[in-house]
Design a protein around this ligand. Structure first.
Ligand SMILES: Cc1ncc(COP(=O)(O)O)c(C=O)c1O
Length: 368
């Protein structure tokens, strides 16, 4: 079926991507296949579940495509993402975040009616409010106690504070205590492998030590989850961790590729050269289409050319020799895949340079 982009242009399966209007977000499905197959096999080898973070995708078509490979459910950062997954028939969902306020709690309880939902808490009053919402809706909600293992974002301290909160959650009606989350987000991009490894292992071991304290208090712990694309192998190697929750590994980006070259860069923005002069050329996409929050992007097939800067609708590239001609296509690798997915409304899944599918990115630009 042809799909219309926002300008009314038609994109058809089988069409060459070079025939598409630009800018166009592209996903190389062969690269996605390799990334997902690799990590799911590594998870099985280590007897650790791989739960894929949907905040990197925001597109239920891509999530369903990945779901066919058999991950252990999905993680979301926001309720709208979890609702979109449930609408798409994906119901094993961890909302790895705190939900605060009556609107969110009601939505969570309603979502739990049609999904196997687990959410994070790091505060007893918030846990009580979640319990009341679950009881009012008559639907149990799974709960992980979030533990701060060094990121200094959400989470209670490792050790006794987490034990106290876990015991309190166990006593609340409507909630099902399932275990612990500890995410080492501060370590993901550390360039030095050994330093990243040592710090990530220390964080995961502190998380598992907290698990043992909770078990000693007579509470069973079914889930211990954490880790991202930068730390997956370290977190997955610690006995007592049951699950990793990376997201960027699916489509990847130029920044993560520097620390995780085992994953291929599947995400690019197809652009057109719209201007040139000696030493430089200009692309028809800028910061409104290509996130630069982890640095300037790279060019897929032109490694010698250097991105000088991004304006809102232009990327300015410095080139040593002959650059491309006006009208030529250049593919751009963004440095932050999650934020780039969030800028687009559709993406084209392509294989060997041909369109296979066009998916809406339902959750882009949504923060609720
Ligand atoms: C709670 C949580 N888990 C896991 C991740 C890992 O995501 P990624 O693999 O894209 O770094 C993130 C990233 O923001 C996160 O916030």
């Amino acid at each position: 079926m042809p799909s219309h982009d926002t300008t009314g242009n038609q994109t058809r399966p089988g069409q060459r991507v070079t025939e598409l209007d630009t800018p166009q977000l592209l996903i190389d499905l062969d690269a996605v296949d390799r990334n997902v197959r690799f990590l799911l096999a590594e998870g099985r080898r280590r007897d650790v579940h791989v739960r894929v973070h949907f905040k990197s995708l925001k597109c239920t078509g891509l999530a369903r495509y990945i779901a066919a490979a058999g991950p252990n459910g999905f993680v979301c950062a926001k309720l709208n993402e979890a609702e979109a997954l449930a609408d798409a028939g994906i119901t094993d969902i961890l909302l790895a975040n705190q939900l605060v306020g009556p609107h969110k709690l009601r939505r969570a309880a309603q979502l739990a009616r049609r999904s196997d939902l687990t959410v994070c808490v790091d505060d007893i009053d918030n846990a009580r409010a979640l319990s009341a919402a679950a009881a009012a809706e008559g639907t149990p909600i799974g709960v992980l106690v979030e533990v701060d293992i060094g990121m200094a974002r959400c989470g209670v301290a490792v050790g006794p504070a987490a034990v106290d909160l876990a015991r309190a959650v166990v006593a609340l009606p409507g909630l099902r205590f399932r275990g612990l989350q500890g995410y080492d987000g501060h370590l993901q991009m550390i360039a030095d492998y050994e330093s990243r490894k040592a710090q990530s292992l220390a964080g995961a071991e502190a998380l598992v030590a907290t698990r043992r304290l909770i078990e000693q208090a007579g509470v069973s712990v079914e889930v211990v989850t954490g880790g991202g694309t930068g730390t997956w192998e370290f977190v997955a190697s610690v006995p007592g961790v049951t699950e990793i929750q990376p997201g960027s590994f699916v489509v990847m980006d130029a920044a993560y590729h520097r620390v995780r070259p085992e994953f291929a860069r599947a995400l690019s923005i197809l652009t057109t050269v719209v201007s040139r002069r000696p030493g430089r050329y200009v692309l028809d996409a800028g910061s409104k289409a290509i996130s630069r929050d982890f640095g300037t992007p790279e060019l897929k097939d032109r490694p010698g050319d250097r991105v000088d800067r991004l304006n809102e609708e232009h990327t300015i590239v410095e080139v040593a020799g002959d650059g491309p001609s006006i009208g030529d296509n250049v593919e751009v690798w963004p440095t932050h895949c999650c934020a780039t997915m969030n800028l687009h409304r559709t993406c084209v899944g392509a294989r060997a340079g041909k369109v296979e599918v066009v998916w809406p990115i339902e959750c882009s630009g949504r923060y609720d």
